[in-house]
Structures are given as C-alpha cells and as structure tokens.
Design a protein around this ligand. Structure first.
Ligand code: ATP
Length: 242
C-alpha cells in the first residue's frame, strides 16, 4: 500500500546564537487513516517535524512525498502556491490552544477550513458539531466557551474540509488533566470516522498510549563536537515492516 506520507533522509537544523539543534528523519511512513503519537521531551523537535509535515517550513535536505506530491521538490522550486493549495485541501491542524478566530462564531470557525479549501459544506459543519457535542454553541463566539469546548471546535475545524492528514501539536496542553484523555480519544475517534490520518505530538507518551495511540518516541542526543543537539524520528518503511 502506498503511504500517505513518506520521508527519507530528511534533515533540518537551526544554527543561530541559541543552542543549535538538528532534526533527522531517516525514514518515516504513515498510511492513510493511520493514527500515531510522536513523543519526546520539550525541545526534542516535535513541533519542528509537525511544521514540516504541515508544509509550513521546508526540510534542509531529503525527500518528502505527501498525497502523491513531491513536497521537497515543490520547496526546492519555490512553489509556495502549490504548497499552500495542497495544505488547504489535504491538511487539518489542531493547535495547542485552539487558535480560534475571536470575531467569528463557532460555526464560522468550523467552516473556515472549508472556505479556504473552497468546499463549503454546511451539513458537515452541523454533523461534526453534533458528533463533538457542541451543537448548542454554534452561534456563540469562542470567548463564551470553556477551554474544553474550544478544543472540540478546533477538532471540528481541522476535519471540516475532509483532510487526508490531521496534525495536532500538544492538543491537550491547555485543557484540564481530567479532560486531556477525553480530547485525545475524541480526536482519534473523529479522525478514524473521517478516514483521516492523524499525528499527535506529545510529551506524555503514557497518556497517548492510554488513549489507544501507537507511540513513536524520538531518540535524543546531547550536543556532540559540532555543538548540535540531535533528535531522530525513525519509523521503518512499510516495505521493511511487511
Ligand atoms: N525558529 C527557530 N529558530 C531556532 N531554533 C529553533 C526554532 N524553532 C525551534 N528551535 C529550536 O529547535 C529545538 C526543537 O524545538 P521544537 O519546538 O521543535 O521542540 P518540541 O519538541 O516541539 O518542544 P516543546 O515540547 O517544548 O514544544 C529547540 O531547541 C528549539 O529551541
């Protein structure tokens, strides 16, 4: 089966005044509809990897194929228009703190990804709101919602345009610990129902495992002679795993 996304020999480094850091992804595949938690301590490069997968930042090196598109090639050719279109159609993002637009209603926030992707579908907005238990909130503004409700709106927004991939960076960071397990389980259930692959970055692998996620822990290496701290995210290719 062709993976939804496949990275080979991907590298990205930050070398500035601050502590230098390098992310390495020798190989990493994710199938359509698959869910996975990416675990690592603070500063281990989880957000850096998710930003690359969200097509928001380029790899320095290596190959990245997503949904049949040569993402690394598009970056090399400076095709930001094509990257933006791919992202709008195929990717949903659940940020740490919801990231809702305060001047839009809940319904408007959920429909935002559909507007950007050019695929308005009001029935899907209503359906997702019902699934996620926020139907009664649709006309309200985000400020009038609890943090847990806002996170459910963010999940609905990430799924409204039927993306192939949902990326969530510490989606439980701002919710009460009692709610965190529920948010992770809900995210997994909704992505499975929508047939979307899901990657969740977390510093809490036990919580992710409790919510039923397979967990990929990164390897971290202290700075070597070159002064670079390194993190490695590796997941055997499907061909080898089979
Ligand atoms: N734009 C940047 N410029 C320079 N260094 C950066 C930049 N973004 C991240 N870093 C550094 O890269 C490393 C990895 O950061 P990243 O945010 O990817 O880690 P993380 O695992 O997501 O951390 P956290 O769990 O705290 O969010 C850190 O050392 C960070 O300081």
């Amino acid at each position: 089966m062709t993976p939804l996304l496949a990275l080979r020999g991907v590298a990205k480094a930050y070398r500035g005044d601050a502590a230098a850091f390098a992310l390495e992804v020798p190989e990493f595949d994710l199938l359509a509809g698959e869910a996975l938690a990416l675990a690592g301590p603070s500063g281990s490069g989880k957000s850096t990897l998710l930003m690359m997968l969200a097509l928001a930042s380029p790899p320095d090196d290596g190959e990245y194929v997503f949904a049949g598109s040569d993402v690394a090639g598009l970056w090399r050719k400076g095709r930001r228009d094509a990257l933006a279109a791919l992202r709008a159609r195929k990717i949903g993002v659940v940020p740490q703190t919801g990231g809702l637009l305060p001047y839009l209603t809940v319904a408007g926030n959920i429909a935002l990804t559909q507007r950007i992707a050019g695929c308005a579908d009001p029935a899907r907005v209503l359906g997702l709101a019902e699934e996620l238990g926020i139907s009664a909130q649709l006309r309200k503004r985000p400020a009038a919602l609890s943090v847990g409700q806002r996170q459910r709106v963010a999940i609905a927004r990430a799924l409204a345009h039927r993306p192939a991939l949902v990326l969530a960076d510490e989606p439980t960071a701002s919710v009460h610990p009692e709610l965190a397990d529920a948010v992770l389980a809900l995210l997994k259930r909704e992505c499975a129902a929508a047939g979307a692959a899901l990657l969740v970055a977390t510093h809490d692998p036990d919580r992710a495992a409790r919510a039923g996620y397979p967990v990929l822990a990164c390897e971290t290496h202290a700075p070597g002679a070159d002064g670079l701290a390194r993190s490695v995210f590796a997941r055997a290719s499907l061909a080898k795993a089979a």
